[in-house]
Design a protein around this ligand. Structure first.
Ligand code: IPM
Ligand code: MG
Length: 368
């Protein structure tokens, strides 16, 4: 059996406790011969405390070599005072950039059992299944010039640069169309072509890729502000939403909330295919490090567990196993188990560890 290497980077806050639940899953699979080989290292605040930097060069080298990374969360008040370039978040951004993880998949799926947890009316969100595809290595997150400068009159001036090239837009557009073909065949491309040149180029380029290579896929263009509004009004109109780094950051938080909890939303970040056919990939929950509840067995491990399901599917071609793990999560929710963030009257409140255990149990039952 081929070795399946994964680099675990638990990070900060609730990161370690939710990743511990994924570790239990890995042990379960390994007891059945899957041969996952887990290595562990530091990122974010944990790496700052140990090495003075949010991503040690050795950790980056290891991530490059292993190629498949599972990350918990980074950041916390302890490191808030640090200058921007040395904050925990820079470790995550460096991983994305250095591993070339340009395609960020953020599915928003409403589990039937959780339809009540959404702040929106149940008829608006029931059965929701959309995918935000966020460009992750370009745009205003990395564009140059950037910085804050002193002006001769003693005032200051800040600059960020939104920049996209046609190859960057083409490659993310292709991923969008490929994903849509395996779903409901509909892509909504989102930008602000009414006020931004990057938006104009984005719209033209996505349209060209569509007309030349994917004419069978239904394509629409939408302004980002309208998209934010449409997501609340009628989210069922969407299948795949493809958008830039910053709009994707905003819209994916909004989409997460449609599902009732940020604690439910997984993500995968994929790079180009390497010569050996594999893609560099990083899997992480969309939620943050939640320092206020860290270490208290309160965190919801499901987004992290669902991120691991994405890892099974996208890095190791274990689609059936991924389906089954997602099925196990659905089952646990149907049985009424809830962590604090998704708890509603009449359901059973459980902690992080018990939730992880319930998923294992359901997985066992489904694999019976
Ligand atoms: C996310 C987060 C990050 C981002 C932060 C932690 C840098 O909000 O993954 O959505 O802005 O990309
Ligand atoms: Mg975000």
């Amino acid at each position: 059996m081929a070795e399946r290497r994964i680099l675990f980077l638990p990070g900060d806050g609730i990161g370690p406790e939710i990743m511990a639940q994924v570790r239990r899953l890995v042990d379960w699979y390994n007891a059945r011969g899957y041969g996952f080989l887990v290595e562990e290292d530091l990122v974010g605040g944990a790496a700052i405390d140990a090495h003075g930097v949010p991503l040690h060069p050795d950790t980056l080298a290891r991530a490059r070599e292993v190629g498949t990374v599972m990350l918990g969360a980074v950041g916390g008040p302890k490191w808030d005072h640090l200058p921007f370039e040395r904050k925990p978040e820079r470790g995550l951004l460096a991983l994305r950039k250095e591993l070339g993880l340009f395609a960020n998949l953020r599915p928003a799926l409403v589990f039937d059992a959780l339809v009540e947890a959404s702040t929106l009316k149940t008829e608006v969100v029931r059965g929701l299944d959309l995918l935000i595809l966020r460009e992750l290595t370009g745009g205003v997150y990395f564009g140059e010039p950037r910085g804050i400068e002193e002006l001769p009159d003693g005032e200051r001036r800040a600059v960020d640069t939104q920049v996209y090239t046609t190859p960057e837009i083409r490659r993310i557009a292709r991923v969008a169309f490929e994903l849509a073909r395996r779903r409901r065949n509909r892509v909504t491309s989102v930008e602000k072509a009414n006020v931004m040149y990057t938006g104009v180029l984005w719209r033209q380029t996505v349209q060209e890729v569509h007309d030349r290579e994917y004419p069978d896929v239904e394509l629409r263009h939408m302004y980002a502000d309208n998209c934010a509004m449409q997501l609340l009004r009628d989210p069922h109109q969407f299948d795949v939403i493809v958008t830039d780094n910053l709009f994707g950051d905003l819209l994916s938080d909004e989409a997460a909330m449609l599902t009732g909890s940020l604690g439910m939303l997984p993500s995968a970040s994929l790079g180009e295919r390497r010569p050996d056919g594999r893609r560099n990939a990083l899997y992480e929950p969309v939620h943050g490090s939640a320092p206020d509840i860290a270490g208290r067995d309160l965190a919801n491990p499901l987004a992290c567990i669902l991120s691991f399901a994405m890892l099974l599917r996208h890095s190791f071609d274990l689609g059936e196993e991924a389906d089954r793990l997602e099925g196990a999560v659905a089952r646990v929710l149907e049985a009424g188990y809830r962590t604090a963030d998704i708890h509603t009257p009449g359901t059973t409140r459980v902690g992080t560890r018990e939730m992880g255990g319930r998923v294992l149990e359901a997985l066992e039952a489904l694999s019976g």
